[in-house]
Write a protein that binds this ligand. Sequence first.
Ligand SMILES: [Mg+2]
Length: 459
Amino acid sequence: MSRVALRTRRLAPTAIPKPCQRAPSLIQRTKSLQPWLAQVRAFQSTVHLSEERTRSPTANPHPPLSSYSKSLSNIAFAFDIDGVLYRGGQGIPGAREMLRSIRSKNMRYVFLTNGGGAHEDAKVASLSERLGLSLDEDVIRDRVILSHTPMRGWADEVKKQTVLITGSHPETARKIANEYGFERAITPADLIHANGNLYPFDNLKDSLHSAFRPLPDGKSAAAVKDPYSKDIASDAIKIDQILVWNDPRDWSLDIQVIHDLLVSHRGYLGTLSPNNGNRALPNNGWQQDGQPELWISNLDLVWKTEYPVNRFGTGAFLEALRGVWLAVTNGAELQYNALGKPSQFTYDYAHTRLLQYYSTMAAGKEGSGGLHATPLKRVYMIGDNPESDIRGANEYCPEDGTEWVSILVRTGVWTETVAEREPRYKPGVIVDDVIDGIVWALRNEGVDVNRDTLLAGGR
Ligand SMILES: [Mg+2]
């Protein structure tokens, strides 16, 4: 039996109330996505509160789970994946049966992960395999939201721009971006193959960077000769957005290329902005000349594998980039936008998916506009990372008034230590594992359930 299963459990009966105040958005600079956000919030505000939502859950009798499925249609779950449903290649014991249980009761849930770099269908396949679920079972599919999945909803005019995309496997990221609708996605490999002087090292050219494509529309990465010339050649490549899809592998090249674009004039590769260092301008002139916007798909500094020490994630790459930027600019702020948890943008996307859940499932695939919304009372976010899962849920206040409640599990990155007795962002409850998290949530809704009920796998 696992360590988790042997632990004594005490489950608090009610959630810790949270003040619902919108936190400052991590998406501060961009204007291009505001129409999408406005559309999402307008959709959420059309969902009316049901009478049932205002009823105290603790005043209800406690029927067993089998007789409760109808009134549980107004609650939902958002599961983090790494450290919650599996660690490394190993599924958390009982997670499979628990998921089958809540699926059999037709409860709503999504998988909300800061993982990325692969297609959603690939994540469905790997999660199913690690949990020992068949792809034929309707337990995982169409419910996975990766860190970059919200980019599917970006405006067409943004998708038509030229974007630089990088990540653990840039060519894979580009193919996914193409499928999302980004027509002009280029990778760092395209640039170093188009201009060997851009990065004078060949170490990974035949391995990580071996897949490349010609730059779009015959553009060149070697057209600029004078970095301050106002007369920019018509074939010079211009980048409009920088998308860090997930944690890059070649930090050296990626930091170099991203730096070059952030110091450029309007994103033309090889140019230098005359505004750089101008103290009369905001941020001393850095990133004040129409440079591309920088998007980081998640801020996770570390993640949990089977290795005993936490591993660096995309947030660690960001810290490295930020350190170089500080040194180069003599202390200027690195301006960027963050997706993934804890960003409100990602929670908005997940919340909308949960509102549309039943009509999406009925359609058998993900949909967008025109789907029917079913009101929600509470969403339970179950995660292992206080900085992303817990913070995001605590700070998220959707327009329709649904309450998001955070549940922290002990199977992932957070562990109680002498130095850190409590997580920095406090959850509604801390539980041993995801099964206890569901038990706590259902009891909070007035359902007399225990681990055995859930581990029966929906029977
Ligand atoms: Mg996690």
